[in-house]
Design a protein around this ligand. Structure first.
Ligand SMILES: Cc1cc2nc3c(=O)[nH]c(=O)nc-3n(C[C@H](O)[C@H](O)[C@H](O)COP(=O)(O)O)c2cc1C
Length: 181
């Protein structure tokens, strides 16, 4: 049966490497009958968590009403959350980190977000795969804490410029990720 998938991207490069993999994943997931809603966090207005713990007190997930409040209800209703991003300075880009941090509002607000599936698509310039640990480890731990099942990871090192992903099997792996959902 088709699942509801929310895809949250973290790159500002519309023709970049992680977007190419994202597109390949979405195309494959939709072909399998899943419903995909995509948010490009870097192209939206999303700040960080204020840790005010007034989540859902104003009727919306976050009292600081920016575009995160568009994403929050879709996360809540989704069966699967797919995060896609490049590595920035051995870590998660700030553009998508704001979304991840503010998933805290769903926890503080007492929403049951357990039992979802989760997946990660990431890339970096350096050829050393351990560079990807900077996004892999926090996402795996976040998934574990939230009781999400990490169903797949596509981790592609060695891509710097737009188009470099085409010299790898990253898009093939991203499409194959749809088979794991
Ligand atoms: C601000 C910034 C920081 C980056 N930091 C790293 C890094 O620490 N390690 C690395 O291997 N690549 C780093 N990169 C390179 C990107 O991860 C790489 O170009 C990636 O392919 C970009 O993906 P995108 O095309 O989806 O944006 C950085 C790029 C930028 C713009």
């Amino acid at each position: 049966m088709g699942k509801k998938i929310v895809v949250i991207t973290g790159s500002p490069r519309k023709k970049g490497n992680s977007f190419a993999m994202t597109d390949a994943f979405i195309q494959a997931a939709e072909a399998k009958g899943h419903t995909v809603t995509r948010f490009d966090a870097a192209l939206m207005n999303i700040g960080g968590c204020h840790a005010c713990e007034t989540c859902f007190k104003t009727g919306k997930a976050c009292s600081f009403d920016d575009d995160f409040n568009l994403i929050a209800p879709v996360i809540l209703e989704s069966d699967v959350i797919v995060f896609t991003m490049p590595v920035y300075w051995y870590s998660i880009p700030s553009q998508i980190k704001g979304v991840i941090d503010r998933i805290y509002s769903l926890v503080v607000g007492g929403k049951d977000i357990s039992g979802k599936e989760c997946a990660l698509i990431a890339c970096c310039e350096e050829s050393d795969r351990t560079v990807l640990d900077g996004v892999r480890v926090p996402m795996e731990r976040t998934a574990a804490l939230n009781k999400w099942k990490m169903v797949g990871e596509v981790l592609i090192p060695g891509v710097l410029n737009v188009g470099d992903i085409d010299k790898t099997d990253g898009c093939i792996q991203a499409a194959a990720l749809a088979d794991k959902i």
